[in-house]
Design a protein around this ligand. Structure first.
Ligand SMILES: C[S@@+](CC[C@H](N)C(=O)[O-])C[C@H]1O[C@@H](n2cnc3c(N)ncnc32)[C@H](O)[C@@H]1O
Length: 201
């Protein structure tokens, strides 16, 4: 068996930014266009997309009329964000220590992010802090028990990942004073492939 190198998110996504950007249709298939409608009217809303990567969803949110801030730990992923038509604020940072004042945003979204966080508490607390009262927090949770090994010029790599049980995600949000408004599952055959949770502060 060839050896697989396990990389943290910053190093891993800096290396795999081209690969991630090339598979946008595949990532979209885990959402089946459910994310944006769950956020309601986005016109003039202040939205923070954390772990935003290449801006796959941020651009659609901006297109719907929101002012969007994207934050990610990987500079190479953020370099792929296309800012030609929309004004997006782009910030390199860590979701566990958000560089924003309390109550700054109408919505915070985190798609395919929590799979890379071992403990969600710090991040959820930060999302709560930066949301305005009544603000929305949308989180997706991919059903991935084993991270895929990806071939690179330097050999096989895996980005450090953690499985989160859907019930545990909801329970923690409620423990931290969010009210969980929606908890939907995208399914393929018998199996769920992605959980989409909408919570309110
Ligand atoms: C699977 S990608 C998802 C990108 C985008 N949200 C999407 O749905 O296409 C995960 C992203 O989370 C970022 N990330 C992981 N841990 C992070 C952290 N602690 N702080 C900020 N970004 C992080 C990675 O750099 C990567 O760009």
């Amino acid at each position: 068996m060839p050896k697989v190198k396990i990389l943290d998110s910053k190093v891993g996504y800096n290396l795999l930014a081209d690969y991630y950007a090339s598979k946008e249709k595949y990532w979209n298939s885990f959402e089946k266009d459910k994310v944006l409608p769950m956020l309601g009217d986005l016109k003039d809303k202040k939205v923070l997309d954390v772990g935003a990567g290449t801006g796959r969803l941020a651009l659609r949110i901006a297109h719907a009329g929101a002012q969007v801030t994207v934050l990610d730990v990987s500079r190479e992923m953020l370099k792929k964000v296309q800012i030609t038509n929309y004004k997006l604020q782009i910030i390199i940072g860590d979701v566990e220590n958000l560089p924003f004042a309390d109550e700054s945003f109408d919505a915070v979204i985190a798609t395919f992010l929590i799979v890379h966080l071992k403990d969600l508490r710090k991040f959820f607390d930060e999302a709560y802090r930066v949301l305005k009262t009544g603000g929305l927090f949308l989180v997706t949770n991919i059903n991935q028990r084993k991270a895929p090994a990806i071939k690179t010029k330097d050999g096989l790599v895996e980005i450090e990942s953690f499985y989160h049980r859907p019930e545990a995600v909801v329970k923690l949000l409620e423990e931290l004073a969010f009210s969980v408004e929606k908890n939907e599952f995208v399914r393929e055959g018998e199996n769920w492939v992605n959980q989409i949770v909408l919570a309110k502060k």
